[in-house]
Design a protein around this ligand. Structure first.
Ligand SMILES: Nc1ncnc2c1ncn2[C@@H]1O[C@H](COP(=O)(O)OP(=O)(O)OP(=O)(O)O)[C@@H](O)[C@H]1O
Length: 706
């Protein structure tokens, strides 16, 4: 047996946590991560993203890739605007990035000169195309989102929070950036299964509004409440949505303060303000204004939803004539202090004070005169009805119009009491005459199993309930947007928010909060993808070209997706003969040679250039003599320390790495192996010849100068 083959099998069975790059990979080897790596595709993705933070080599390349993306983005914009000649651009680029990174080769692809010899960088040319698509679509979206009608009654705002101190201390770096108040770019990096290449994806999304990390709370409050004096003249719901620990409650509190300060500064004699505050926890509903009393959610005959028995606090705008707006605001804070403290929270792995429920706060602003008139009208209606019934000789019924009681979990109640309470609610001005209604919702955060590792079974169930509620909400919004009917009855939360999907006059703003850090890339991706789907499509027919040349369906607000493959090991300049390459240089070359064709191959860590040259085509093929089953087993044990090859990945499938691919017969795998061995053999010789030529030219040049 070939000695290298023996090594391959040893490597596959090794439990050594070091990898060919000499890094500490202990973080890869926990039992859970091994399980993730071989079973759950989603968890595997989290693992790859984490790797782009934890491995110093990957981290360096990831940061460089983000920097290069922006350099290319702005330089391509500059190019477009100044109509510069190739030579000028080359000078600018050389000055700004002297021989560094991928920027220069990227921009060189723009220049007609040398175009033919740059053919091997086709994927880089694709990157440029992607960037152009991004800037083009940016303009399209800006104009398409202009009309009020076209935008529908949902608005999507995105608020990234700043990086927390503990995150920075743990070595996190930024993977998002916001520009021009409308767009946000998320940079995702995923390490390929071989450990040789990093795929960086730069996803540019456009929304109604994107705040910067430094936006202050007052700005947030103003955006949530609108420009109107108090809170707009249309009923409105603001929903804080996002991953756990990203600032939903922080944003919710900011909006509450802004609302309070607006109301307290109001000089509106004859108006009353009514407050309700309750939370949905699992299938139950609790009154936060009154010691967490159990509430029932009922729908009336016109399908309006009411929290039966919820305390309605009459907040006097000016308790006394001489009360200042500052004192009024203090009163506002005092009224809300107890309910805020009563919310279900828990310390979790991601947030010391994590909300475990969905809090719903409602403010109703009512003109007392209208209430008086409404009462008169109602009394008159009742009197007429009674008279009609007396004339018919039928029984007089109460005007309890509540028809549906869907929450079976809340137990039986005395019917008389229920009717009485229902009447009380119906009669309450907050539900009969509404001049302006503003509802603020702080959703519980979405979580993934990776975040809930230390939770008890009960907490996992709670977390699953939260995710179910959020899924229902997303589905309702998606259906509403695609006009395919509403299914708000699916969950208590969506029943409460029914008007958002059924009332054409109701305005809903989603504040999607996201984390800026590497470790949360997967979450941020999910949040942005979900809110992008909630956003009205700027143009239904619009398609987006990704950097890899694939056409993808536009995700509502998402407008561009650029994918760049980055070798993890720096290739250096390759100006010494192959026979002199160190093991590190061999890996560097493997990662980039033939446009990355061999990048998924993992070679024995100590294989030097001289060793490689000794192998013929057959010997090179046998380096990868592993069946698919072995390959999968090998993934669990310190990824990157095994030799793997997937015929799928190598035959141009692109997505072969880490995806598992389709089933292959042994003969197919064998053929693929032979093919790659032959190509590798030839590529090595061509590279050797090329280096020798370069050397000769350089020597001639030096001689001429002398
Ligand atoms: N924009 C911001 N500026 C400064 N700090 C912030 C910001 N957003 C959030 N934070 C901080 O981040 C932490 C988590 O915020 P918060 O509790 O609001 O998250 P959450 O999304 O409500 O989490 P959960 O879903 O678990 O309840 C808090 O310490 C908060 O002070």
């Amino acid at each position: 047996m070939n000695p290298h083959h023996v090594y391959a099998n040893n490597a596959a069975n090794s439990t050594d946590s070091s990898n060919p790059f000499g890094e500490d990979l202990s973080h890869r080897n926990t039992a859970q991560e091994s399980a993730w790596a071989s079973t759950n595709a989603d968890a595997r993705a989290v693992f790859s993203y984490r790797e782009s933070l934890l491995s110093p080599t990957v981290r360096k390349q990831m940061i460089k890739s983000i920097r290069d993306y922006y350099a290319v983005y702005w330089l391509s914009k500059l190019l477009n605007s100044m109509n510069a000649s190739g030579e000028i651009v080359r000078c600018i680029v050389d000055y700004a990035y002297p021989g560094a990174g991928t920027v220069v080769p990227l921009l060189l692809t723009l220049l007609p000169r040398d175009w033919e010899s740059k053919k091997k960088v086709t994927s880089l040319a694709d990157v440029m195309r992607g960037v152009e698509v991004a800037s083009m679509n940016d303009r399209k979206v800006a104009s398409a989102t202009g009309g009020e009608e076209a935008r529908g009654n949902f608005r999507i705002y995105v608020r990234p929070r700043p990086m927390l101190e503990k995150e920075a201390a743990a070595g996190n770096y930024h993977v998002i950036s916001c520009s021009r108040e409308k767009s946000i770019t998320l940079h995702c990096g995923r390490v390929g299964r071989s450990g040789n290449r990093l795929t960086t994806e730069h996803r540019l999304y456009s929304f109604d509004r994107v705040f910067s990390e430094n936006t202050d709370n007052q700005d947030i409050g103003n955006s949530a409440l609108g420009e109107a004096k108090v809170m707009g003249n249309k009923p409105r719901t603001v929903i804080c949505y996002g991953q756990t620990g990203t600032g939903k409650t922080y944003t919710f509190s900011a909006i509450l303060d802004s609302l309070g300060s607006r109301l307290c500064g109001l000089d509106a004699p004859g108006f009353s303000v009514y407050l309700q505050f309750y939370e949905v926890h699992g299938k139950k509903c609790y009154d936060l204004m009154n010691s967490r009393n159990n509430l029932r959610i009922l729908s009336d005959s016109s399908e309006r939803v009411h929290a039966l028995g919820a305390t309605v606090v009459d907040f006097k705008l000016r308790a006394e004539a001489e009360e200042s707006s500052e004192d009024s605001f203090k009163r506002w804070k005092a009224v809300l202090e107890a309910p805020l403290a009563l919310r279900s929270t828990q310390s979790t792995q991601r947030n010391d004070v994590s909300s475990r429920s969905h809090s719903i706060f409602t403010v109703t602003l009512i003109n007392e005169e209208e209430i008086r008139l409404e009462k008169v009208r109602k009394e008159e209606e009742r009197r007429m009805k009674r008279m009609e019934m007396e004339m018919d000789g039928s029984v007089v019924d109460s005007d309890n119009s509540f028809g549906v009681d869907d929450d079976e979990d809340n137990g039986e109640e005395n019917e008389g009491e229920k009717a009485e309470e229902a009447n009380a609610n119906v009669e309450h001005p907050a539900f009969s005459v509404i001049n302006t209604k503003f509802r603020l919702v702080d959703l519980a955060g979405s979580e993934q199993n990776a975040d809930t590792g230390k939770m008890a079974a009960k907490d996992h169930k709670e977390s699953a309930d939260i995710n179910t509620a959020l899924m229902s909400l997303k589905e309702c919004i998606r259906r509403h947007r695609s006009k395919s009917g509403s299914n708000y009855r699916a969950h208590l939360l969506t029943r409460i928010l029914r008007e958002c999907f059924t009332d054409v006059n109701h305005r809903t703003t989603i504040f999607a909060t996201v984390s800026p850090t590497t470790i949360d890339t997967m979450h941020t991706l999910n949040t942005l993808n979900h809110v992008a789907m909630m956003q009205v499509r700027p143009n239904k027919k619009e398609r987006v070209t990704s950097g890899s040349g694939k056409v993808k369906e536009n995700l509502g607000g998402m407008i561009s997706n650029v994918t760049v493959e980055v070798p993890i090991v720096d290739s250096g300049t390759f100006n010494k003969p192959v026979s002199e390459w160190t093991a590190e240089e061999v890996r560097g070359w493997i990662a980039v040679a033939n446009g990355g064709k061999f990048s998924h191959i993992v070679l024995p860590p100590s294989l030097r250039g001289s060793d490689l040259l000794k192998l013929n085509e057959m010997n090179l093929s046998s380096l990868f003599d592993m069946t698919r089953a072995e390959e999968i087993t090998a993934r669990g044990v310190g990824e990157g320390s095994t030799w793997v090859i997937s015929a799928n990945a190598e035959s141009g499938g692109g997505g072969g790495e880490g995806e598992g691919g389709g089933t292959q017969t042994e003969a197919e795998v064998g053929r693929a192996r032979q093919e790659i061995g032959r190509e590798l053999f030839q590529a090595l010789r061509i590279e050797n010849k090329h280096i020798a030529q370069k050397r000769l030219m350089q020597e001639n040049k030096d001689r001429m100068i002398r």
